[in-house]
Design a protein around this ligand. Structure first.
Ligand code: PGA
Length: 249
């Protein structure tokens, strides 16, 4: 595990973009795992800029998103389908058939999960981008998750619903369930890039780096992955024992 610390959100987003761009240049048909949330928004803006500047193309790239809420339509501005379109896909040259996001058909969620696992089979991600919840969730793998899970339907943690209610009118409107890649799917990616910004993430980052590996902090399992890079700003790194801007375990 390597941890790189940057001054603030702007700087860490630039570094994260440089990391992703390097992978895309090395392998133009990259299979890329994507995350939603506030944290990767500036990274996506930097990737759009690199595309507009002809530095990268998404023509051969395939993407797989981590998760989606259950029971809200893809056209709903709160859905992750909408988020991805708005923050990345509609601005780049990705082919629609290369975009993969778990389907959120509330009538047959088990089938949606099974189909998503099938799609990922034979499409091992080269790089998975992750955010992290205050409670250490990655994707929607909440504390207490089964570490051997593939894509599954999860009941959201109350803390997660409260955190995410800022995007909705009220807490009641936040879905109670989501479909998410399981820890097993995440760990199967060749490389992982985790991003965190802000003081509210400092505890989760501390536990990710130093904590015991257990289901209480799902991100701690990343200690067992052979190729994880964590890019954080000073606030998110504030509990780490760092003399310089780099830590390696
Ligand atoms: P955030 O969410 O980027 O909006 O903080 C991250 C997450 O919950 O995984």
């Amino acid at each position: 595990m390597q941890i790189f610390k940057y001054k603030d959100y702007e700087e860490m987003s630039k570094a994260a973009a440089a990391f992703v761009i390097r992978e895309m240049i090395k392998k133009p048909d990259l299979i890329l795992g994507l995350a939603t949330g506030d944290t990767p928004i500036r990274l996506y803006q930097n990737l759009i800029k690199a595309y507009q500047d002809y530095i990268i193309s998404f023509k051969e790239v395939k993407t797989f998103n981590l998760d989606e809420y259950v029971g809200i339509d893809a056209n709903n501005p709160q859905s992750y389908h909408y988020f991805m379109d708005n923050h990345l896909f509609k601005h780049i040259d990705i082919l629609p058939e290369n975009i993969n996001i778990p389907a959120n058909d509330p009538d047959d969620m088990e089938k949606s999960a099974e189909e998503y696992n099938k799609k990922m089979f034979g499409n091992q991600r080269d790089l998975q981008i992750l955010g992290i919840g205050k409670n250490g969730h990655i994707g929607f793998n909440e504390p207490g998750t089964q570490l051997g899970n593939m894509t599954f339907i999860v009941k959201l943690d109350e803390e997660t619903r409260i955190d995410n209610s800022r995007f909705f009118g009220s807490l009641e409107e936040v879905p109670t369930h989501a479909i998410t890649m399981g820890i097993k799917n995440i760990m199967y990616s060749k490389k992982i890039l985790l991003l965190a910004s802000g003081k509210s993430k400092a505890k989760a980052i501390y536990k990710t780096a130093y904590g015991p590996v257990n289901d209480i902090t799902p991100s701690s399992i990343l200690q067992l992955h052979p190729d994880v890079t964590i890019i954080v700003d000073e606030d998110a790194a504030s509990l780490l024992n760092m003399e310089g801007n780099f830590l390696e375990f």
